[in-house]
Design a protein. Structure first.
Ligand code: FAD
Length: 496
């Protein structure tokens, strides 16, 4: 192995890897940190295309405002670029039902008056406290099943399934509620036999006079889009980020030092390694060391997405619905499943007098969307827009982000399988997993988790350095920490 031993080697220069590297260099300046990024640019899925006056986000476009994200942006000197919008503004979506656009319910009262649901479904919803007496399954269940158990199948099908598809590109019927929404999972357990509705009312009353719980705001970076943040972080990391360096192998020696080799043959030796790459890449890297962990990580599958940015003149959108856009349920005979007029949220993302639509196609139920050429896909979108809104104009701007493995699927049982993978990696205490394949689908939660992992990794790196200096036999290899920084135990693996 080479002579220089790095304290922390981060593999993956996406949001998770860069946040972690930033937290390490800022909070633990004595440690040496290197980031290996496989692509020619940093940022991973967070990529912004700026062209012809439009700003088209290939990946994350709206990210919730939490203190960690705000700190990251402000520390990077981009605080003056933040635009904030209430999350509620994003939910001003319509939904297609039998070819017609209907507003989505945005409140309990809205759910009772919406034409989207039958009178029987509304009655069933109100009877939730009675049905909630039936206990849910012990280990996990799908978001759809939980919704159906509480509010009835129609609400689960027509509201929950479509909202989850449209907002997170997830199939509610297979997505684990425990992994995707651990707070909801806990909330249901707290609610017990009272049911979600009664417990929500009770919790709201208890909070009266105290902090009111409100939906978070979402943030955008203007100008430059979200990519500006990761480019700035990489610049601030000052030579510690190596781009165009895809890791192809990972080995560990008898001194518990890790060696990562990249495609050009360069070998990096480190006391700790953080794999901030998608699960399938992590699986390939750990396969030789921990085959059981690799098998589980390989089992985390992804949904492919084709996201189009289409630019129009304002007057060409006269028949587009008010609000942000609309969701198209599967079964309506359309290829797209969501469309959002993103420049109604961030005006600067389209030139004056123009609108940028962001259209989503694909997902786990439509892998065939990748067989369409780009022109065919745009034609499908135009056909759908014509059918639902009457719009006939040809877009003056077209951009596409296509990713066959865009969004990790947290399928039912995901959390338990992850615990098994972490247990299988325990004999490598200097090896950590980070990123949105595991416990945080969205950008902000991924950032938060990566920042929280930093002190754990730093402590491990320092301990490894100390034990190298100490003569005599090494301490035990096992650590109580899981590879993603969590302590093991069923209640201790929650997402923040
Ligand atoms: C279309 C789309 C829309 C989204 N919209 C939103 C949104 O509106 N709001 C939101 O909060 N979140 C959104 N997300 C999710 C958000 O993008 C992720 O939460 C975030 O990108 C996860 O960051 P990450 O670092 O874990 O992974 P990634 O972004 O995937 O980064 C992983 C990095 O690892 C690198 N890498 C891979 N293999 C190797 C290797 N062998 N060696 C070295 N480097 C390697 C990759 O090149 C990449 O840079 C969206 C995602 C997609 C795809």
């Amino acid at each position: 192995m080479g002579t220089e031993v790095i304290d922390v080697l981060v593999v993956g220069g996406g949001p998770a890897g860069l946040t972690l590297a930033r937290a390490l260099t800022a909070g633990h300046p004595g440690l040496s940190v290197t980031v290996l990024e496989g692509a020619g640019r940093v940022g991973g899925k967070a990529r912004t295309e700026i062209r012809d006056g439009y700003t088209f986000e290939h990946g994350p476009s709206d990210y919730t405002r939490n203190p960690e994200m705000v700190r990251l942006i402000e520390d990077s000197g981009l605080g003056d670029r933040v635009e904030v919008a209430p999350l509620r503004s994003l939910t001003r979506m319509a939904i297609v039902r039998d070819g017609r656009l209907l507003p989505t319910p945005r409140s309990p009262l809205g759910a009772l008056t919406t034409p989207l649901l039958s009178p029987a479904a509304k009655a069933r919803m109100l009877l939730e406290p009675l049905f909630a007496r039936r206990p849910g399954p012990e280990g996990d269940e799908s978001v759809h099943d939980m919704a159906a158990r509480h509010f009835g199948a129609e609400v689960a099908d027509r509201v929950v399934r479509n909202m989850l598809l449209g907002t997170a590109a997830c199939d509610a019927r297979t997505t684990s509620v425990r992994a995707l929404a651990p707070a909801l999972w806990d909330f249901e357990r707290d609610a017990g036999r009272a049911g979600l509705l009664a417990h929500a009312v009770r919790s709201a009353l208890r909070r009266r006079g105290g902090d009111r719980m409100r939906a978070p705001d979402v943030m955008h970076l203007v100008p430059g889009g979200v990519a500006a943040l990761w480019e700035r972080l990489a610049t601030d990391l000052d030579g510690r980020v190596v781009t165009g360096a895809p890791a192809v192998s990972l080995e560990v020696d008898e001194d518990r030092r890790y060696a990562v080799t990249v495609t050009d043959g360069t070998r990096y030796v480190a006391r700790t390694v953080v794999l901030a790459v998608p699960a399938y890449t992590a699986a390939a890297l750990v396969a030789g060391m921990a085959p059981r962990a690799a098998e589980i990580l390989r089992g985390i599958t992804y949904s492919g997405l084709r996201v189009f940015g289409l630019g129009y003149r304002d007057d060409e959108l006269a028949r587009f619905p008010d609000g942000i856009g609309f969701l198209v349920p599967r079964g309506e005979g359309a290829r797209m499943f969501a469309v959002a007029a993103v420049s109604r949220i961030v005006a600067a993302h389209a030139p004056d007098g123009h609108v940028l639509l962001r259209v989503f196609m694909g997902g786990s139920e439509d892998p065939g969307v990748f067989d369409l050429t780009r022109d065919e896909a745009v034609e499908e979108i135009r056909r759908d827009l014509r059918r639902f809104t009457g719009m006939t104009a040809e877009p003056g701007f077209v951009a596409e982000a296509s990713d066959r493995r865009a969004i990790p699927r947290y399928e039912v049982g995901h959390a338990a399988r992850l615990e098994q993978a972490e247990a299988a990696l325990l004999e490598y205490p200097g090896l950590f997993l980070a990123g949105n394949s595991y416990r945080s689908l969205g950008l902000t939660a991924t950032v938060l988790r990566a920042a929280r992992l930093a002190p754990v990794v730093a402590e491990r790196a320092r301990r490894a350095a100390r034990s190298e200096r100490r003569p005599g036999p090494r301490g035990p290899a096992r650590s109580r920490r899981g590879p993603s920084g969590t302590q093991h135990g069923p209640s201790e693996t929650r997402s923040e």
